[in-house]
Write a protein that binds this ligand. Sequence first.
Ligand code: HEM
Length: 526
Amino acid sequence: MANYLMSNCLAWAKLLIPINSVVGVGIVVIFGVLCFSHKHFVHRMKLEKPPGPFPIWPILGSLPLLSKFPYFSLYNLSKKYGDVMELKLGTTNIVVISSPKLAKEVLQTHDLVFATRSENVIATMFSYGRKDVAWAPYGHDWRQMRKLCTLGLFTPKRLHASKKVRNEEISCMVHEIFEHCKEGKLVNLKTMLINTSLNMMTRLLFNKKYFSTKQFSTKECEEFNDFLTEELHLQGLFNISDYVSFLKPFDLQGFLPRGKKIHMKMDRFFDKILHDHRIDQKENVESKDFVDMLFSSSRVDNYNYTLDDNTIKGIINDMLIAGTDTTSTTIEWALVELVKNPNIMKKTQDELDHVVGHDRIVDEDDIPQLKYLQAVVKETFRLHATIPLITRECMTNCKVGGYDILAKTPIIVNIWAIHRHSSAYDDPWDFNPERFVGSGVDVKGVDFELLPFGSGRRGCLGMPLGLMQVQYQLARLLHSFTWKLPIGENPQNMDMGEVFGVTLPKVIPLEVIPIARLPLHMYGPL
Ligand code: HEM
């Protein structure tokens, strides 16, 4: 039909051009557009699109169906429409995946097709126009950056070299907690865990420590903490401009001025780090930090790819954002569950006592023997998915679950829903580490019922470090202390509310009383 119309169109053009070329060309263009739209319409009609709610609201589509906990709203919608569904959010059609089987199709079978991410106004600003790793479009530059980051931070050799830093920072935290413990004081674990993660990362990235576990040591630290917190908050907010494209220039929620203010501060902070590294170029390879390594790569052009300052700043920002809140949030949730389930805490500590004993502190090399601790960490990742929604974009037309997904469609893999899917878990709302004891299911992206780090070529870049940090910090905290709520507080009544952002932290930070378990000389000071 479309071909027939097109040939007619050409015939008409031949007739019209001699009469009046301007009018003729106009008619041909209109006819051409009609033919194209017709062809496009017929093509779309033939497609088998995933089911989903009818978008009843003008402009907003199905946006009003999402609550302030979008992972939960999408989970409920998937019960009605299925494990692959399409929603019109604003003017954008998005596809949502909610089962292990379909996650495997997207992240493994079609790994390459879904290896890019959609643009997002705030992330684009903080990533210097998607010049970083996490938001870069799939392609050569993104591959080179991933390679550089892996070589600089995450190879087994690099991880081994940075073990001392992790050890020192955790020992500082344990010592600080012990000070509270001697006075019988409550500990706000969230602040301590975040500051410990930040110190570890800043030492690895640019060899500088900013925080004590108690307070900010300088005005610079305070500012650093403020802009990181605000960036995390802004990146997690729901921005209507990302879904209704024609509203973008109006920035209805006023996020842009807020973002710009923070981004300027952050940029000044990063400029200073780059400046300090430029004037202090280290000769000795051993003493080089990650920023030194990025500088060397920017000069040598080792990878047929050159790094400019904005790319280096974007990468540092990624590592700070992706590598700190993720680990501290997960450890906090693990402790919340263990305080609620003292028998599970005791079983984890019994294993630690058996493998490590009380005459030495835990070492990272002990982790492979601590099978029950690993099960506790897996169950925490399952029930409290650190990043509940993974966002990608389809690069070419493809089929998922038998349905057609068009190129450029944003896709959300609802990890939170997958971790509760009936095909994989009985009693999914219970915290039960036993389900992973001897199960062989791992978090590394090959078992699609447990995907805390995502999967495939776009999966979490920092997984080796993130996983080690969560397991090791938890092991140290449980080996060193037993954790209890203040007298009179019932663990079963603990508030379990979450805040949706980039990660899913507890609304009310955990405050607990530590009780020492080891001989006193094992608590430092360093
Ligand atoms: C508990 C710890 C962590 C969790 C649960 C976590 C989880 C995730 C998830 C779910 C993704 C998206 C994956 C996908 O699209 O399939 C991701 C991406 C990423 N993560 Fe992590 N992460 C953690 C720690 C870290 C650490 C320590 C770093 C670095 C220091 C890091 C750096 C990144 C980066 C750079 C990306 C983007 C990768 C890309 O787009 O190519 N993460 N992470």
